[in-house]
Design a protein around this ligand. Structure first.
Ligand SMILES: [Mn+2]
Length: 330
């Protein structure tokens, strides 16, 4: 019996053979070979608030996503066929337990992607990874965005703490990135949307920086009231042709469908997958310059891996948005 590849790619990619990569994409660490670069960021020490096994997220995603190499039903496209999409592997993190050093390592890694023109779709890791990614691909020095970007931020939390100097030793930690990105001119504040905010969080001043910056906060209560359609219309109208970055904290989802997250927001119903994918699909046509999915805690997932599977679907939607945009520009 021969195990040699027989040229039947369709059958080959459907089977559970070989090393698990994201969506069975080839592993190729050279960003010059990718239009869309899939990257794992196994970083946990940026969030000192609760459990910290978020560095296991990329492996959990690769595990389930190896069997989900799909065609997008609504967009009628197969992203792998119309763009060069590779799994670049993980960002090397030699200072993994020293958050503020790691943030610099992550930025340096993504700068290479920006120079190569590869749009990153990243799997965290905790939410501190979004700031160094934006430093690399957004702002006036960036090659992909060439200026500040719009941001669509799904989360239960606004992540804008003005901690006094540091939080448990970290300055650029998972709860401060949304404030710092504005202080550094990486974003267009009027085009920053924080969607799904909920819970009895404290201190309540967490939202103050977002309000001061002029971000549009759509709390879960308002989201329930106005619905996906109105949210999408507002995003399309206000973001327009601006380059836009998507960051998706899994804790925006209801705990019943995403129990494996680091800062679980219990007691308030969160987003359904229909709502989350509805907003993402409503962003079709936008110039999405990059995206991430963060805060997965595989050690708290249930035996059917429902959190990892829903995370995988979110990442698939992000990939398809970028692939569709790039394809429309060909
Ligand atoms: Mn959160």
């Amino acid at each position: 019996m021969s195990y040699e590849y027989d040229g039947n790619e369709d059958m080959y990619l459907r089977e559970w053979w070989g090393i698990a990569t994201m969506f069975r994409c080839p592993h190729d660490p050279d960003p010059c070979n990718s239009d869309i670069a899939l990257v794992g960021v196994p970083h946990s020490s940026g969030n000192g608030l609760t459990e910290r096994d978020q560095h296991l997220g990329p492996r959990a995603l690769r595990d389930v996503a190896a069997g989900y190499r799909r065609t997008h039903r609504k967009f009628k496209l197969t992203p792998w066929d119309i763009c060069r999409i590779n799994d670049l592997g993980d960002v090397p993190l030699p200072h993994a337990m020293v958050n503020d050093k790691t943030i610099k390592d992550i930025e340096a890694y993504y700068k290479r992607l920006d120079e190569a023109g590869a749009r990153p779709v990243s799997v965290g890791g905790d939410h501190s990874i979004t700031l160094p990614i934006l430093r690399a691909i957004a702002g006036t020095n960036s090659g992909i965005s060439k200026g500040p970007v719009a941001v669509v931020h799904f989360d239960s939390h606004t992540d804008g703490y003005r901690n006094e100097g540091h939080f448990l030793g970290n300055v650029e930690w998972a709860g401060a990135w949304s404030r710092i990105m504005n202080e550094e001119g990486l974003v267009i504040p009027k085009k920053v949307f924080q969607i799904g905010i909920r819970g009895h969080w404290e201190p309540f001043e967490d939202d103050d920086e977002s309000i001061r910056a002029g971000y549009r906060i759509i709390e879960m209560d308002e989201f329930d009231e106005i619905g996906v359609k109105a949210v999408v219309e507002e995003l399309q109208e206000k973001i327009g042709d601006s380059p836009v970055y998507i960051t998706f904290d899994l804790d925006v989802l209801d705990p019943s469908i995403a129990p494996g997250v680091s800062n679980i927001e219990q007691g308030f119903t969160g987003m359904t997958m229909r709502e989350a994918t509805g907003v993402l699909q409503g962003m079709r046509g936008m110039n999405v310059v990059g995206a991430d999915m963060v805060c997965m805690m595989p050690t708290k997932d249930n035996p059917s891996k429902i959190t990892a599977m829903n995370a995988m679907v979110i990442v698939f939607e992000q990939i398809c948005l970028i692939a569709d945009y790039l394809n429309s520009r060909k």
